[in-house]
Design a protein around this ligand. Structure first.
Ligand SMILES: NC(=O)c1ccc[n+]([C@@H]2O[C@H](COP(=O)([O-])OP(=O)(O)OC[C@H]3O[C@@H](n4cnc5c(N)ncnc54)[C@H](O)[C@@H]3O)[C@@H](O)[C@H]2O)c1
Length: 399
């Protein structure tokens, strides 16, 4: 492939994440949407109504095509292993959504299939690709704030009351915040720390029996390089920490306070079937949420992230990163927002790795460490003790 090359990409799963990514692919100068696979006939019909690329029901049929270089996998977590392996076996590069998988065995199978077939495997934890997080990582690496000590992270959202399918409320099947939201924070923490997690002590709560999965969590992650991260997440739609961000929401859009509105809206569903159908209709391809494709005004964020080093602190601002030190505070501005920051960078990383031969910081091995830390959070909370991770083994595993 030449530096002028274009990657032809197939999207697997046209739900919320897949629908968004089709727009990001369209806006990317080096990516071309080549087709899609989706089992839901209504979503396939929505796609075909407005696009000419083929859409099929069967993933195997999509990945067999010779005119596709890579796939973006946005099926529910429990299918990530199957779909990543089947794509790698057909020689396709893979971007798989977060969480990489639900078990470390699944992660290993995906890494092994990618390596054996010589394809790139990237895990698209959008928020650790965000420009502000990348800039924080550069500032840490520059030595400006000295040795890293603490990462303080918190996020309060309405996550638990957004429309769900029943399995998304079952922790054993990858439901709840520990497999869906906390992985973003853990991934950002690991990306900024530049070191592996050595131990975890966590507590979690299930505060609403109608949503019987973890909805809030406090975790302390200790890293091999001596720094620690506190990770706080709550998805109960009471306090909304976007209030601390000038009502700039996660995606970088301005929003209005609406405490409790998501929960009240959920309470109006007749039953679980109607809720699941609404989830697909609203968020899937062609739905009202996926059609709302305006460009964000500010940088995306995933709640508060304060980085503390021996000589200074870093914090995200609406349009950049603030650096606090004995000399005062200065803002490092980021390029103006175009498209959907965070998602375009996932495609850039794939393109750089496949065409440019650059390394992929968010590869399968890196992402496996995030899964390991999230499983350790669950284990620590269930057992009421600190859980140690063995970073000396060539493959990280829960001790
Ligand atoms: N990075 C992010 O910020 C972000 C945001 C949302 C979702 N995600 C991740 O993306 C994945 C999908 O989440 P979502 O919210 O889009 O879910 P979703 O349910 O809206 O979409 C998944 C789609 O996959 C389809 N599907 C299921 N099995 C299939 C199969 N065998 N073949 C083809 N299609 C199949 C479903 O019909 C559905 O339309 C999850 O792992 C989630 O964690 C990541």
């Amino acid at each position: 492939m030449t530096a002028e090359a274009e990657l032809r990409i197939g999207v697997i799963g046209l739900g919320m994440a897949g629908a968004l990514m089709t727009q990001v692919i369209d806006q990317h100068p080096r990516m071309k949407l080549a087709g899609a696979a989706e089992i839901n006939a209504e979503l396939r019909a929505n796609f075909s109504r407005v696009r000419s690329e083929p859409v099929v029901a069967d993933v195997a049929e999509l990945v067999r095509r010779n005119d596709i270089d890579a796939v973006y996998i946005a099926t529910p977590h429990q299918f990530h292993r199957e779909h990543a392996v089947i794509a790698a076996e057909q020689g396709k590069h893979v971007i798989v959504e977060k969480p990489m998988a639900l078990t470390l065995d699944d992660c290993d199978a995906m890494i092994e299939a990618a390596e054996r077939n010589g394809v790139t495997l990237i895990v698209g934890h959008t928020h650790s690709f965000a420009p502000a997080i990348a800039r924080m990582r550069e500032l840490i690496a520059s030595g400006e704030i000295g040795r890293l000590a603490m990462l303080s992270m918190l996020n309060y959202t309405d996550f638990l009351y957004r429309p769900r399918r029943p399995e998304e409320l079952d922790t054993a099947k990858g439901g709840g915040i520990l497999f869906n939201q906390v992985p973003h924070q853990v991934d950002v923490a690991r990306f900024l720390a530049g070191s592996e997690v050595t131990s975890v002590r966590a507590v979690t709560w299930k505060l609403d029996p109608r949503r019987p999965t973890e909805g809030c969590c406090m975790a302390l992650l200790n890293f091999a390089n001596g720094c620690s991260a506190s990770v706080v997440y709550s998805g109960y739609d009471h306090f909304d920490s976007d209030e601390l961000h000038g009502w700039i929401g996660e995606g970088g859009y301005l929003k209005k306070p609406a405490h409790g509105a998501t929960q009240r809206s959920w309470e109006s569903f007749a039953d679980a079937a109607q809720e699941a159908q609404e989830r697909s209709r609203r968020y899937g391809y062609g739905g009202s949420v996926s059609l709302a494709a305006a460009t964000p005004k500010h940088q995306p964020h995933f709640g508060t992230v304060i980085v503390t080093g021996e000589k200074g602190d870093l914090r995200q601002s609406p349009d950049g990163v603030l650096v606090y030190s004995r000399d005062g505070v200065r803002e490092v501005a980021l390029p103006a927002v175009t498209g959907r920051p965070g998602r375009a960078e996932v495609l850039d990383e794939l393109f750089g790795a496949v065409v440019g031969g650059s390394s992929a910081p968010h590869d399968g091995r890196f992402a496996r460490g995030t899964v390991a830390a999230c499983l350790a959070i669950l284990q620590s909370a269930l057992q009421g003790r600190e859980v140690f991770l063995d970073v000396h083994r060539s493959r990280e595993s829960l001790a």
